[in-house]
Design a protein around this ligand. Structure first.
Ligand code: AP5
Length: 190
């Protein structure tokens, strides 16, 4: 099954994808994680991406698409995938569509987790205190939410037009949200 997880920063995409990947036996592919790994490894790409990520802006479409293509070419992605953090603007929607057409692996469903802004700020403040992620400072969270509203929110409309979007309440206990996701999955998508 090929799933695109949508939702604002802090809506729970990464947390839920980690739970789902075990159940569905497909990889969780997070462009944020791929970028953070590149930053940590100090690759030329990572060095370029770091300042952009720390400022809460989007890394260039070309860089992220290249990384994603490489990841999707790995054998474990043939069985399907849970995409988290991509696509993040309409240009990325088109790029993904073309890439997946080439691979003959169309998206089965796009699930959007909806969480109110004040709860997101609270969750990310909690994570900042626990993990110290560089882009979880209050100022950068504000910028990430602004970028989300401006550039990423239209992505849901893209999948809605294709009849592939399901909108889910992302508020509640982890297992509760997880059950909502499971119930929303298409029964027999290959
Ligand atoms: P990315 O890593 O994708 O960050 P994000 O979208 O901002 O997502 P988060 O990881 O903050 O949130 P999440 O929805 O995964 O929530 P999580 O489960 O972690 O991107 C980072 C940066 O990389 C971007 O700003 C950009 O610069 C760059 N980038 C990435 N992809 C890109 C792309 N395609 N194009 C260009 N640039 C790109 O949960 C958050 C917190 O809430 C956790 O502490 C968790 O424990 C808690 N939590 C989760 N669910 C619940 C719940 N139900 N109840 C209570 N707490 C909860």
């Amino acid at each position: 099954m090929r799933i695109v997880l949508l939702g604002a920063p802090g809506s729970g995409k990464g947390t839920q994808a980690e739970m789902l990947k075990t159940e569905l036996k497909i990889p969780h592919i997070s462009t944020g994680d791929l970028l953070r790994a590149a930053v940590k490894a100090g690759t030329p790409l990572g060095l370029k991406a770091k300042a952009v990520m720390d400022a809460g802006q989007l890394v260039s479409d070309d860089i992220v698409l290249g990384m994603l293509e490489e990841r999707l070419a790995q054998p474990d992605a043939r069985a399907g995938f849970i995409l988290d953090g991509y696509p993040r603007n309409l240009a990325q929607c088109e790029a993904l569509q073309q890439l997946l057409e080439r691979l003959q692996q169309p998206v089965d469903v796009a699930l959007q987790l909806v969480v109110p802004g004040e709860l997101i700020v609270e969750r990310l403040a909690g994570r900042a205190a626990e993990q110290g992620r560089k882009d979880d400072t209050p100022e950068t969270v504000r910028e990430r939410l602004r970028v989300y509203a401006e550039q990423t929110a239209p992505v849901a409309g893209y999948y809605e037009q294709q009849g592939r979007l399901t909108v889910l309440d992302g508020v509640g206990e982890l297992r509760e949200v997880y059950q909502r996701i499971l119930s929303a999955l298409p029964r027999r998508a290959a």
